[in-house]
Design a protein. Structure first.
Length: 470
């Protein structure tokens, strides 16, 4: 279950307070009521509230001044103002002073609930970011995977269980789904959190030098070995080694890696003696390794040894309820201090309808592109790539309520899709179309396209062959 949170509704009309308490309360959201500033202060002293819904007109306080007081005393609490049409200017001014948002009377309960949930998401992300800062300062961190979907809850549960152990972990899932984030979470929650954390993408290993890069070599062991060098195993000793795209590791090297897992020993290239190592190993792949074993491209014994504990990252299309929270997270992290940037409801609807073949990485990239094109600090559907903007359809206006946040992100805008309905596509068809669009955008420059896609050139070439692209 998602962590419950509490809302304080402050309104001098008892009937409105009772209405909010009845209609906004859910199994994960408790609503308490206060009819005055004095009563609200008492409740805030006794309990923690993530969100306060505050009427701008109170019998014993000026609503704007009281809002400023709340933000100063309880900076982790978000404040939403309820105002009449005649006080909208005051409400806008209050947002400049720290209010999260405002809603006018007579208000729509569904609209208010959406704003309350978004305000909570901001408070939640603030706590997540604080945990990250504490992690950098040496405090024990929390798992930082963003989302409240069932799939992410299960991933968090598995990470929290396996992190304190030293068993190998295999993280599977599509490109961009967050496998490296999960690896970071495992490392940061384990007993080796303050030890080296070495990351290597196996697709970048040159076949002839892969063994040397992993295990090291002695002088003269091969042409160009002018001096002895240690490999990644030595650098990661006592810590954690994360081998991404393990399915790309040359078969000739896989048996040596198996020895590390079974005996905790390895040999540098050209060296007779074995060296001991104490390493936590985490692996990741977007390939079906069982199928690779069947066709002889992956060592069967190594597969069974690294697959002791499997964590599968769900694709973004299967956890779309996490998109608003992920969007807020990326905007807050990458917005360069711009706390007034918002996402329109229509643009958010486009994000929710898109299939996301590139998963969370693609969402991040789209948001970075969109902040550049935002007008008046508002990301509308017009700031989105054409294949997303075309999904706006008849979803209503572009203003309305807004998802709070800031902005920033990743790679290029993609173009070429018309947004016209073409019927459901298979995952393979969506991936082929996505790769083709990226290649077109970069004028068929494979290096730039691979970087934008978050994969190696080797993987890009393989997928181009599979999908008969170019």
């Amino acid at each position: 279950m998602r962590t419950a949170y509490t809302v304080l509704a402050v309104d001098d009309e008892p009937s409105i307070g009772k209405l909010l308490e009845k209609e906004l309360s859910t199994p994960i959201r408790a609503v308490h009521v206060a009819t005055s500033a004095r009563q609200a202060r008492e409740r805030l002293r006794r309990a923690t509230y993530e969100v306060v819904v505050l009427d701008i007109r109170l019998p014993d306080a000026d609503g704007i001044e009281f809002m400023v007081e709340l933000r100063q005393r309880y900076p982790d609490t978000e404040v939403i103002l309820i105002t009449g049409h005649g006080n909208i200017d005051n409400a806008v001014e209050a947002m400049k002073l720290g209010a999260y948002d405002y809603i006018t009377k007579p208000f729509n309960l569904t609209e208010l609930e959406v704003v309350v949930e978004r305000a909570y998401q901001r408070a939640f992300l603030r706590n997540e970011n604080r945990a990250l800062r504490h992690a950098r300062d040496g405090a024990r961190p929390a798992v930082t995977l963003i989302g409240n979907s069932q799939g992410i809850k299960e991933v968090r549960y598995l990470i929290e269980k396996v992190a304190p152990t030293d068993v190998p972990v295999l993280i599977t899932g599509e490109s961009g789904a967050g496998k490296e984030v999960a690896a970071h979470a495992i490392q940061s929650l384990g007993s080796r959190a303050d030890k080296p954390f070495i990351i290597k993408n196996c697709a970048t290993l040159q076949k002839e030098l892969a063994r040397s890069e992993l295990f090291g070599h002695v002088r003269g062991s091969f042409t160009g070995a002018l001096e002895s060098r240690d490999g990644l195993m030595a650098f990661a000793n006592k810590g954690t080694l994360f081998l991404d795209e393990i399915g790309e590791l040359p078969v000739e090297v896989q048996a040596s890696l198996l020895r590390v897992l079974e005996n905790k020993t390895y040999r540098r290239v050209g060296e007779k003696d074995h060296r001991s190592c104490d390493i936590r190993l985490i692996f990741a792949t977007n390939r079906a390794l069982a199928g690779e074993v069947e066709v002889g491209r992956f060592h069967e014994a190594l597969y069974h040894r690294i697959n002791v504990f499997n964590i599968e990252m769900p694709p973004l299309r299967e956890r779309k309820e996490d998109i608003p929270l992920l969007a807020e997270f990326f905007l807050a992290r990458l917005g360069n201090g711009r706390d007034d940037l918002r996402i329109s409801d229509r643009a958010m609807a486009c994000l929710m309808q898109y299939a996301w073949p590139g998963n969370v990485r693609e969402l991040r990239n789209v948001l970075e592109r969109s902040i550049i094109l935002a007008e008046n600090n508002l990301i509308t559907e017009h700031a989105l790539p054409r294949e997303l903007a075309g999904l706006a359809g008849g979803t209503g206006g572009s203003g309305g309520g807004q998802a709070g946040g800031m902005a920033g992100g990743g790679a290029p805008g993609q173009h070429g899709a018309t947004g016209e309905s073409q019927g459901p596509l298979t995952l393979e068809a969506m991936e082929r179309e996505h790769i083709a669009r990226i290649l077109e955008f970069y004028d068929n420059n494979r290096s730039l396209a691979a970087t934008a896609l978050g994969i190696s050139r080797k993987t890009l070439y393989r997928k181009m062959r599979e999908y008969d692209i170019g």
